[in-house]
Design a binder for this molecule. Structure first.
Ligand code: LLP
Length: 433
């Protein structure tokens, strides 16, 4: 199995976090998102412990809440004592409503509106991660009007190709994010920030890309950023106190994806950073990391009921489920790979049916996965489970075709509870006049 929280019980049913998936489907209905709370906490602790061990108590984990944003996630982050990364008023508002202290939140985005900035400063946001000069001036102005001096990090584009898929690569010079070192804009914005009265420049941020397994990329990112810090120290006499290295490591969607030892990787990055600082004559800055995917991805699973099974002789087969790109747009967007099981037929030996697992949305691109092998007995009423859907599935879900979003049910030591309710038909028309 691709993750240790996935097992099969004596009835031949798939279990997630030790609980029979078919029973949960019967209790809550489908489609259904399941989340394994212990796995989330375990992953947070892995990052937190490894980071503080490698780089001291000053080092901090920020959960990139775009991966899965709802009140219970922010409560978990609060209880685990980590910060969060938010990218919109919606995420910040959810965090605040959940009782999360906004002073522990970092506000990203390449285009913060005046309203975003005003609201966030009013609520006492910890930091803005500032993308560009235009935004810097607005923050300075609004902070000034409110009589505040705002903490910021500057988002720097290091000019690295992360070898991941294009839509999630962000470190290249031509990226829409940040200010590039190569073009001189990174130094320029630093100079500007240092000259603004209501801005407290705390350091720099970089994010190279998502779903990365290559630890070299993290070394490269750290190297370029520490050299930049050293350059700025010499050219502007400013020493950055904080360095945020962006998102976390990749996750296993299928058996073909590598397993990654996060703690060992962080230890190696920590060692690299300490050596590099030594070489450059720098004090080690307080390091931040912002994992999203690797905190929640394999803590999630989506459960569907199988509907139409269509065989087109000589061509292909389809297994349709009662959700689709409305709850999981990742195959349509990125061609993402997934592992799919028929949860009530785990011991069925006839795993020979090659098919595309598709949704119920009204378009051909509504595919969850192609080239899937399922039991040839697969039929209407079976329960299908798509693994590793905890990251960027619920958070990217839509009401396309006016399909209601599934609920999120959390599993915790044999208990299950609703963290997000199923949308009703009334919810669908809530804002219609
Ligand atoms: N920090 C920043 C500034 C980011 O842009 C991201 C992800 C993260 C942290 C978290 O990275 P992670 O640990 O999750 O790799 N919707 C896409 C993923 C977009 C990622 C955007 N930024 C997907 O479904 O694969």
């Amino acid at each position: 199995m691709i993750c240790e929280n996935i097992t099969v019980n004596e009835k031949g049913n798939l279990c997630f976090a030790g609980m029979d998936v078919t029973k949960l489907a019967a209790k809550y209905g489908t489609p259904l998102y399941l989340m394994d709370e212990n796995r989330i906490r375990q992953r947070i602790r892995t990052y937190k412990n490894a980071l503080t061990k490698a780089l001291g108590e000053e080092a901090k984990v920020l959960y990139a809440s775009k991966a899965a944003s709802f009140c219970q996630m922010y409560r978990i982050c609060k209880e685990e004592g980590i910060g969060v990364d938010v990218v919109s008023l919606g995420e910040l508002y959810t965090a605040i409503k959940a009782g999360f202290n906004p002073a522990e939140a970092y506000f990203h985005s390449n285009n913060k509106t005046d309203e975003d900035i005003d609201f966030a400063i009013e609520k006492g946001i910890g930091y803005f991660v500032v993308d560009n000069e235009e935004e810097l001036f607005v923050i300075d102005k609004i902070a000034g009007e409110k009589g505040k001096r705002q903490n910021i990090l500057l988002r720097i584009t290091p000019g690295i190709d992360p070898h991941t898929y294009e839509a999630v690569a962000t470190g290249k010079v031509d990226s829409k994010f940040g200010s590039a070192i190569e073009t001189g804009q990174a130094e320029q914005i630093t100079k500007t920030a240092l000259g603004l009265k209501n801005i407290n420049l705390c350091g720099f941020h970089t994010h190279i890309g998502s779903q990365m397994f290559d630890s070299e990329v993290f070394f490269d990112g750290a190297k370029i950023m520490l050299e930049f810090i050293s350059h700025i120290k010499n050219s502007l006499g400013y020493t950055a106190k904080e360095l945020d290295l962006g998102g976390g490591y990749g996750v296993r969607y299928t058996e073909n994806d590598p397993t990654i030892d996060i703690a060992a990787n962080i230890e190696a990055v920590g060692k690299y950073i300490r050596n590099k600082c030594n070489e450059l004559g720098l004090e080690v800055p307080s390091i931040r990391m912002e994992p999203g995917r690797s905190i929640v991805a394999d803590a999630g699973m989506t459960i569907y009921t199988v509907g139409t099974v269509k065989r087109i002789p000589g061509y292909k087969n389809y297994v349709s489920v009662d959700g689709g790109m409305s709850d999981n747009p990742r195959f349509a967007l990125y061609g993402s790979e997934y592992t799919i099981y028929i949860a009530n037929k785990m011991n069925d030996k006839g795993q020979t049916f090659n098919c595309s697992v598709v949704g119920r949305c009204c378009e051909s691109g509504d595919i969850i996965q192609e080239n899937v092998t399922l039991p040839s007995s697969v039929c209407r009423g079976d329960i299908a489970a798509v693994l590793t859907t905890g990251a960027y599935n619920y958070s990217m879900a839509s009401n396309y075709n006016r399909i209601a979003r599934p609920p999120v049910v959390m599993l915790n030591n044999g208990e299950d509870y609703v963290a997000v309710k199923r949308e009703s038909l009334e919810d669908i028309i809530r804002n219609d006049i």
